[in-house]
Design a protein around this ligand. Structure first.
Ligand SMILES: C[S@@+](CC[C@H](N)C(=O)[O-])C[C@H]1O[C@@H](n2cnc3c(N)ncnc32)[C@H](O)[C@@H]1O
Length: 268
């Protein structure tokens, strides 16, 4: 019990750059929350961020690329059952349905407003789609009820202990858990992030989305996990967890996602 408490404590305190992060990397992280995670921020502001992310994904082809990556992970399954958590606008789930003739999706988010908007849009009328409010750290679904759980551009929202729970939960309800997230940059890259994001933000986002999306983007870059942090979280969720890093095609615009697939021991 004491050992378990010590291990949980070590995970909770793990730097975003992983256990071996340099002192400079450790300085460049924050517990500050993004607008989309704050109870004191209006739904209107949160939805401006979601609209900004939707616009970036549309313009850069990220929605489609993420859907192709998800389908690649379940290429061996004829009729894949996919749960998207932290779906926000739901465009990744929509793309999956467009690209695959028989996949079924559950598009979910912690935020009921986002889920209501997804339900009122194309996902709500697609017979192969469901929408649901789901917390990534306590997934309301039976064991092995999906083939894949996918979490795009959202894993960094979870602090380490919660991130570890999310891995355990996703690999309980599905054979595989695909995390696509911001790559943790070098300290210089983190410092230059606002400058790097500005031109694309001005070019592609609705004006009302620019400030809140930049705000959340800067915090995201400080909260992004490194590959060694993802491995440490996966092994803490289960010592026999397999973590594989994929190399999706580089799409430009300075966007460099990190893509990891977690498989629990019962599935390897
Ligand atoms: C940056 S947005 C990403 C939206 C979308 N996946 C994308 O790729 O653009 C992060 C999303 O994660 C959701 N989120 C944050 N914490 C969550 C949790 N514990 N469980 C489920 N969703 C969560 C937020 O509500 C938000 O919609």
């Amino acid at each position: 019990m004491a050992d378990q408490n010590t291990a949980e404590h070590a995970i909770a305190l793990m730097p975003r750059g992983g256990p071996d992060a340099t002192w400079l990397d450790r300085l460049l992280q924050t517990n500050r929350l993004e607008y989309t995670d704050r109870d004191d921020v209006s739904d209107e502001i949160k939805q401006r961020v979601i609209a900004g992310l939707d616009a970036i994904g549309d313009r850069t082809g990220l929605h489609e690329q993420h859907a192709r990556t998800a389908l690649q992970v379940v290429a061996d399954i004829a009729n894949p059952r996919i749960l998207e958590i932290g779906a926000g606008h739901g465009r990744l789930s929509q793309q999956i349905l467009q690209l695959h003739p028989s996949a079924t999706v559950t598009a979910s988010d912690l935020d009921p407003t986002s889920v209501a908007k997804m339900a009122a849009g194309p996902l709500g009328s697609n017979p192969r789609a469901r929408t649901q409010v789901i917390d990534a750290t306590a997934i309301d679904a039976a064991d092995a009820s999906y083939d894949l759980v996918v979490f795009a551009l959202a894993f960094h929202h979870l602090p380490p202990a919660a991130a570890c729970w999310a891995i355990a939960e996703a690999t309980r309800v599905a054979s595989r858990f695909l995390v696509i997230d911001l790559r943790r940059e070098s300290p210089l890259g983190i410092l230059l992030m606002p400058i790097a994001m500005l031109p694309m933000s001005l070019a592609v986002m609705p004006p009302s989305s620019i400030q809140p999306t930049l705000h959340d983007g800067v915090i995201s870059s400080l909260r992004a996990y490194s590959p060694s942090a993802l491995v440490t979280l996966g092994k803490a969720a289960h010592p026999k967890m397999t973590i594989e890093f994929l190399q999706p095609p580089h799409i430009g615009f300075g966007l460099r996602p990190i893509t990891a697939v977690f498989s629990g021991p019962q599935h390897t």
